[in-house]
Ligand binder design. Structure first.
Ligand code: HEC
Length: 115
């Protein structure tokens, strides 16, 4: 029995560490509910204004990229940037894990609005 338990424990541990590296959606949900929901909705799909971006179903790597850009000032937006400023790398990964797992209502931009 012991010889079987060890590999199982090792796999469980590996799973847990991969989860952290990829972001923890449950923790992301908590931050989203407290900080982001007012403008983006709990699941990233109920936006406060039509020009506020939907986050639900967005690619996790893009969400990480965008949040880091607001945090560093590379993306300078007076409304959004203050909410990214205090996020840690782990917060960002967790938020990306949460929003990327939600239903997606993302659509291609109409050709009339493309530059
Ligand atoms: C007060 C309203 C408000 C709050 C609160 C807010 N955001 Fe935003 N967010 C915006 C607006 C407005 C934009 C669009 C800014 C722009 O045009 O660059 C935006 C843009 C974004 C983008 C870029 C999306 C894209 O498609 O490029 C991400 C990602 C994002 N917000 C995540 C978050 C997260 C995560 C939180 C919570 C930690 C949060 N926002 C809190 C208003 C808000």
């Amino acid at each position: 029995m012991k010889s079987l338990m060890l590999p199982i424990a090792a796999v469980a541990l590996l799973g847990a560490s991969l989860e952290v590296a990829a972001g923890n959606p449950a923790r992301g949900q908590q931050i989203a509910a407290q900080v982001c929901a007012a403008c983006h909705g709990d699941d990233g799909n109920l936006v406060l204004a039509p020009d506020y971006p939907k986050l639900g179903g967005q690619h996790a790597d893009y969400l990480v990229f965008a949040l880091k850009a607001y945090r560093s000032g590379d993306r300078d937006n007076a409304v959004m940037a203050p909410f990214a400023r205090d996020l840690s790398d782990q917060d960002i990964r967790d938020l990306a894990a949460w929003f990327s797992r939600q239903d997606s209502y993302l659509v291609d931009m109409p050709s009339s609005r493309r530059r």
